[in-house]
Design a protein around this ligand. Structure first.
Ligand code: PGA
Length: 257
């Protein structure tokens, strides 16, 4: 079945010392445990390498929070897929709502990055999710369809095996408001339906769909227990071992494989 993933998105937080301390704390938290789920941290670019070195052979994976839509060259300030792989990233988070709404990234721009990352063998965690006003106007399904179709345009069925979807209702991110387990499961089921229609049943059944938006130790187990929820993308609560540790543990015990 689908292997759970518990991913920590550190956003623009930590510094070298607190980031490596967090990585070291997480490495000792998982030491000796049977990692029946993927565990991932996505630190800011400048600390990727130091965090990777600290994580060592802990089994915790490394991801980046963004990448360039271009492979290399004169793109001041950008970071390429190759550079991320060079410092040990296996995954990149793309289409996060903060990039969509604050930095005005479009579906086609996100798609360009997605295709580039996949063509080079870097896994993509593609974030989708509706705004509060879209949910209130009953447009959630429509928004998810548009973001799925836009983000995955021209992505082959073979490349899809290196994609994870993260459903993150924008109104639940960093607000303390969590989607109810039913709401999350409904949205995940809808995404799976989209995959069945636009790829096939196999693609739909094997796709891992993470939930994100105010996941914390007190709600993780219930969210992860939903049939269509295959993990969590965690922001605020991924910044301390005290919070992220129990969420990792909930992922390990929710193993559905
Ligand atoms: P949050 O963020 O857990 O702080 O709500 C989730 C995310 O943005 O990935």
């Amino acid at each position: 079945m689908r292997r759970m993933m518990i991913a920590g998105n550190w956003k623009m937080n930590t510094d070298r010392s607190s980031g490596t301390a967090l990585a070291a704390g997480l490495a000792s938290h998982v030491a000796g445990k049977n990692l029946t789920a993927d565990v991932l941290v996505a630190p800011p670019f400048p600390y990727l390498e130091a965090v990777r070195e600290t994580l060592g052979s802990s089994g915790i994976q490394l991801g980046a929070q963004n990448c360039s839509s271009e492979a290399e060259g004169a793109y001041t300030g950008e970071v390429s897929v190759g550079m991320l792989q060079d410092v040990g990233c296996q995954w990149v988070i793309l289409g996060h709502s903060e990039r969509r709404h604050i930095l005005k990234e479009t579906d086609s721009f996100i798609n360009q990055k997605t295709r580039l990352a996949l063509s080079k063998g870097l896994g993509v965690i593609l974030c989708v999710g509706e705004l509060l006003e879209e949910r209130e106007a009953s447009q959630t399904d429509e928004v998810l369809d548009r973001q799925m179709a836009g983000g995955l345009a021209e992505v082959s069925a073979a490349d899809l095996s290196n994609v994870i979807i993260a459903y993150e209702p924008v109104w639940a991110i960093g607000t303390g408001k969590t989607a109810t387990p039913d709401m999350a499961d409904d949205a995940h089921a809808h995404i799976r339906g989209w995959l069945a229609e636009n790829y096939d049943e196999d693609a739909a059944n094997s796709m891992r769909i993470l939930y994100g938006g105010s996941v914390k130790p007190s709600n993780a187990a219930e969210l992860l227990g939903q049939p269509n929820v295959d993990g969590a993308l965690v922001g605020g609560a991924s910044l301390t071992v005290d919070n992220f540790g129990p969420i990792i543990d909930a992922g390990l015990s929710a193993d559905k494989s």
